[in-house]
Design a protein around this ligand. Structure first.
Ligand code: ZN
Length: 680
């Protein structure tokens, strides 16, 4: 999906031929995190702290990997829908060339639609996957299109706009046509009713399932990820895979990715990392999923390099059947200071396990903390842009995870941007009881939130054991909620432990209260902002937070540990006794571990159904209306910094500079010119 010739790439590399040196990262206080806002989206920017401390070789490696990341952008657009690239190009052309009234409401609506397309990497919402509804008419669009010179539109030479496929207009304006990118409604043909572009026209779900069931060998203990890197099409009545590779589907973009990866391999930090990059190149050249697994195994084993990356067909949320990998990339380097934090936690894993309030028979005799690292992202691309995860755990192959492990990362410069951008939005002032709670969360909220995540990931999920003979799926549909509650409670319990002070992980004995207040208020109240009126809580993490908060509220009632207070008709949560709350977390942790260890389905079900699912309708209505008046965009996207290679007279790179000033529109228009070779 990226378009650019190799010639232009060479120019881009040489363009910044000055003596400027990499500047210091702007401080948190001086940084402007907010970039843009439209519909339900807010666009933020993020800092890349300590980039200037990398060596020239490391910076150059980051630069090449970043370029390889940006080259895949159009692949995702095409995977998300067969008409996305064409529609994006039409609207970009209108945006750049329309000379009429740009301030009119109609044109503003055209601009918003284009911003939505960039956010969704196509004409569907990145999260809900529903098609965007234009707030301008077909008639208006046709009128302004007529004013754009034909050579500026995505047309072949000599063609006029009536050459554009007529289906395009119906796809944009008729809500019934290709309505949803990924349809998950039970009972419907999920392939025929989804608009994603992983399957050719007219192919049924049954045909897809039969095709892949035939490929699979059920006795294979190391199965490849069938279908991951291909589009399934029907040719002359026969189903066949079009593989994403050099010489195959998306070849032009993949060639560009490989071009930069080959450069990256020349400046790798060590042989292991070089081998990882070369294996990925091999995969892109052959399309072989066996090679892909070999690459993944090497990637998991490389834990010593400072710089790391994801680049490829990775997650399968965009395929209703969960097989096809959407293209994504993220480049990063280890946050050494914060990774010390996770290392300390992992090294002390046994102490935490031995001292937990869980009954002895459910504890692990020998616990090994999961090695996790905290990273600083340098670029977000493909399915990680503009919307991005704050943590990643890969690879997805089950047998590789079991035999070789996985890498778990927290992307701290992204969480920083989320946190800082939310400071001024009025949320805490609206929902937190008093200045005391607001100050507590302002001072210690980010730190304790990160620590809670570390404890959850490194220790919580790794703690405890099943009694012999207990089926690991015994809790069935309640299993994931119980598992998340277990990990959360482990973290909550220990946040308040003096061991945290001893280990130097927490600066103040009261810091934990920030997370406690935030967690309980969220579980009892504020997470309801994400539930539609009349609905129950369905998502496992949200159920778990409700379960913990409401259980502690009920059990602490006699001692007034947690209280709902009403002030001028508005409800607030007040925590009256933090020490007692910690005891309650410990008690619930012990019970949840017992449920897990013994596979006590009935007790697990009762906890989840009684405390995790139902919503107090009156409170829900109140929270939704208070939230609405804050006018906070529920979804965030990001712009990337701009990296430039500084070269000397001989064309040798002497520095990589980083600039944060590009806005959302500038960035996407530039990407569409610089990294766009598909479908032209
Ligand atoms: Zn978890």
């Amino acid at each position: 999906m990226k378009k650019f010739t190799f010639l232009i790439m060479a120019i881009a590399l040489m363009a910044c031929n000055s003596n400027q040196t990499t500047s210091k990262t702007p401080s948190i206080e001086d940084f402007d995190y907010t970039v843009d806002k439209f519909e339900d989206i807010e666009i933020l920017r993020y800092r890349v702290p300590d980039f200037e401390t990398l060596t020239l070789q490391q910076k150059t490696l980051v630069y090449y990997l970043n370029q390889a990341a940006l080259e895949g952008r159009d692949i995702l657009y095409d995977q998300n829908g067969a008409y996305n690239l064409l529609i994006r190009r039409i609207f970009e052309s209108v945006y750049e060339n329309y000379e009429g009234d740009r301030e009119s409401a109609d044109f503003q609506n055209v601009t918003t639609y284009l911003k939505q397309i960039w956010m969704g990497n196509g004409i569907y919402h990145h999260y809900g996957s529903d098609k965007f509804t234009p707030k301008f008419s077909f008639q208006y669009l046709t009128e302004i299109l007529k004013t754009i010179p034909a050579e500026k539109l995505p047309l072949a030479e000599g063609e006029t706009i009536d050459k554009l496929p007529s289906a395009i207009w119906r796809i944009i304006f008729d809500p019934a046509i290709l309505a949803k990118r990924v349809n998950q409604a039970e009972g419907e043909d999920l392939i025929l009713t989804s608009a994603e572009n992983y399957y050719g026209k007219g192919i049924t779900q049954q045909e897809v399932e039969d095709f892949y069931n035939n490929l699979k060998d059920t006795s294979d203990t190391q199965p490849v990820a069938y279908g991951l890197n291909s589009k399934l099409v029907k040719e002359n009545g026969v189903l066949t895979e079009k593989t994403y590779k050099i010489g195959g589907l998306y070849s032009a973009a993949i060639e560009r990715i490989v071009f930069w990866l080959e450069k990256a391999a020349t400046v790798a930090e060590n042989d292991a990392q070089k081998d990882v990059i070369l294996s990925l190149i091999e995969f892109y050249k052959t399309g072989s999923l066996v090679t892909y697994d070999q690459y993944a195994i090497k990637w998991v084993a490389d834990v010593n390099s400072l710089i790391d990356f994801v680049n490829g067909f990775t997650e399968s949320y965009g395929d209703p059947l969960g097989m096809k990998g959407s293209w994504e990339s993220i480049v990063n380097f280890k946050n050494l200071e914060a990774t010390k934090r996770t290392a300390i936690i992992s090294q002390n894993a046994q102490w935490f396990e031995s001292n937990s309030p869980v009954a002895q028979e459910y504890k692990k005799d020998k616990v090994k903390g999961i090695s996790a690292k905290v990273i600083t992202a340098t670029i977000l691309a493909g399915d990680c842009y503009p919307s991005t995860p704050i943590g990643i755990n890969l690879p997805n192959s089950n047998w590789i995870r079991a035999e070789h492990g996985s890498k778990s990362v927290t992307i701290e410069n992204i969480t920083e941007a989320y946190d800082r951008a939310s400071l001024g939005n009025g949320f805490t002032q609206e929902f937190y009881w008093s200045d005391t709670e607001c100050e507590l969360v302002k001072n210690f909220g980010t730190l304790t939130d990160n620590l809670h995540t570390d404890l959850h990931e490194c220790l919580g999920h790794a703690s405890g054991k099943l009694l012999p003979g207990v089926d690991q799926d015994a809790l069935k549909a309640y299993g994931s909620t119980i598992e998340e509650a277990r990990a959360d409670l482990f973290g909550l319990y220990y946040l308040a432990d003096k061991k945290m002070l001893e280990l130097g992980l927490i600066p103040d004995a009261n810091a934990y209260k920030a997370e406690y207040y935030k967690y309980i208020t969220n579980g009892l109240m504020t997470q309801l902002t994400r539930i539609l009126p009349g609905k129950n809580i369905e998502e496992a993490h949200m159920r778990n937070r409700s379960l913990i908060a409401r259980w502690c509220y009920e059990k602490g009632k006699a001692n007034n540990v947690i209280e709902f207070r009403v002030r001028e008709g508005e409800t607030f949560v007040v925590v009256n006794n933090y020490e007692k709350l910690r005891t309650l977390f410990g008690e619930l942790l012990a019970e949840i571990q017992r449920i897990k260890s013994t596979g006590d389905f009935d007790a697990g079900k009762a906890l989840v159904e009684n405390y995790g699912v139902k919503v107090d309708a009156a409170l829900h209505t109140e929270i939704l209306s208070r939230y609405k008046k804050l006018n906070i965009a529920p979804y965030k996207g990001f712009v990337n910094p701009v990296y430039s290679a500084v070269t000397n007279k001989e064309g040798k790179i002497t520095d990589i500079t980083i600039d944060y000033s590009e806005n959302y529109v500038e960035q996407n228009l530039r990407y569409s010119k610089q990294y766009s070779v598909l479908g032209k």
